[in-house]
Design a protein around this ligand. Structure first.
Ligand code: ADP
Ligand code: MG
Length: 408
């Protein structure tokens, strides 16, 4: 069932309305308590600008870190508020409470088109336990709820799932924000109606966290390219020597099953970059996958593989990438990841839909100069994986259903 989107709520109907917006401002802070990376804050600007321009009174909720239901001053959202104030053309205030008189007074004092950030939702014990009373209190604050926190949508917490349910049961709308909608459109589009050929590239450290993604993607893609340490477990399943490489022993039989059932869809590296250890400045060697020395560890896909992957990406109309091809954090093992990213940038330029999910993959892109252009870089690591597994995200499921045309 399609969900109500913020775009379904006309801007002119927002004047003077109090709108509660769940954002994902779980941002890294530096030693001086400044926001070290404002990507997630910038990503919410389309939603906030729509609301501010419409004259809404905007109340923001977010979590930050893991304070586990207690007030932890270092995890205050005040730095995020300061950061937002520099990015948004509106009055942005912060109040050091999430609920209660202080929060209510601050909401009452909000002018039309102004923004107020409440304190970290995870300072409240009821947030992660999805306490219905907390959800109810949050829902009382506003006439409209908007969830723009895709990165938190896979968690059924009071400020994501609970409050949306409470709103709809009070007869008030709960809508997907612009960022949330963008994430659902790109990821959902790739799953349901991808332009073909559809090529997925999976990498990263572990096969275990991504098995369900492999399973869900295999029937939908034309090719699934595998790199990263995940490839080692497949090599082991093929009976190859993997030396000192990271292998998940308890997933070898599963890897064998996937190889058996996937036909020629699953494409593994032909060659890999090996070294004595995975460290900066080590001497590396590129070897065929059946020639990994016993005393060496694989840290990246080799140049032949990188070229083969780039050429598959080069003819694809939809490309979905999750997980680095190697230990890109270390220069000797970064080339494979950067080559895949460059090929995707090229694909974007010629009109393919290119989607990147996963925190480390996004970090690899950000480390490039200039970062290659992508159609969409997901802001949610865990959430994008769960979505690609085909799971319903609780924070999305609880939103209002979209009225069928004719009822709008
Ligand atoms: P994402 O966050 O994009 O989903 P993951 O968290 O699954 O990606 O994996 C990222 C990590 O995988 C990186 O820190 C990278 O160093 C590591 N990695 C990739 N290839 C290898 C390898 N061959 N051996 C060890 N670690 C690897
Ligand atoms: Mg990661």
């Amino acid at each position: 069932m399609p969900k109500l989107a913020l775009a379904d709520i006309p801007q002119r109907s927002l004047q003077g309305k109090t709108v509660l917006v769940r954002v994902d401002y779980n941002v890294p802070l530096d030693d001086d308590q400044q926001v070290a990376d404002d990507t997630r804050i910038r990503a919410t600007l389309p939603t906030l600008e729509y609301l501010v321009e419409g004259g809404a009174r905007v109340v923001l909720l977010s979590h930050l870190g893991r304070p586990k239901g207690r007030r932890v001053p270092e995890l205050s959202l005040r730095p995020a508020a300061r950061c937002l104030a520099g990015l948004l053309d509106a009055k942005v205030d912060f109040v050091g409470s999430t609920l209660g008189d202080k929060a209510e007074d601050a909401i009452d004092a909000l002018g039309d088109g102004a923004v107020l950030i409440l304190e970290n939702t995870r300072f409240l014990p009821g947030e992660e336990s999805n306490d219905p009373a907390l959800a109810e209190s949050l829902a009382e604050m506003a006439g409209i709820y908007v969830n723009d926190a895709f990165g938190a949508a896979h968690r059924a917490h009071a400020s994501t799932e609970g409050v949306a349910r409470a709103m709809t049961s009070q007869g008030k709308p709960a809508a997907a924000g612009k960022l949330m909608q963008r994430e659902l459109d790109y990821l959902g589009g790739a799953l349901s109606e991808p332009a073909r050929p559809f090529v997925a590239i999976l990498g990263g450290a572990k096969i275990s966290g991504k098995i369900d993604v492999i399973r869900a993607l295999l029937p939908r893609v034309d090719r699934l390219l595998v790199g990263g340490a995940m490839a080692n477990t497949f090599f082991r399943a093929m009976g190859l020597e993997t030396g000192m490489s990271l292998v998940e022993e308890d997933r070898v039989s599963l890897a064998a099953e996937l190889l058996d059932s996937s036909g020629d869809k699953l494409v593994l590296p032909e060659d890999v970059v090996v070294a004595e250890t995975l460290a900066a400045g080590v001497t590396t060697l590129t070897v065929a996958r059946d020639a990994i020395p016993r005393d060496k560890t694989a840290g990246d896909i080799g140049s032949r593989t990188a070229a083969a992957f780039a050429s598959r990406i080069g003819t694809a109309k939809t490309v979905l990438w999750n997980g680095p091809m190697g230990v890109f954090e270390l220069p000797p093992f970064a080339a494979g990841t950067f080559a895949v990213a460059e090929a995707m940038g090229e694909a974007t330029r010629r009109g393919a839909t290119t989607i990147v999910g996963g925190g480390d993959s996004a970090a690899a892109l950000a480390a490039m100069h200039p970062p290659p252009e992508m159609s969409h870089i997901s802001t949610g690591g865990g959430a994008s994986l769960e979505f690609l597994e085909g799971k319903e995200l609780p924070g999305v499921a609880a939103l209002s259903d979209r009225p069928s045309p004719g009822h709008v």
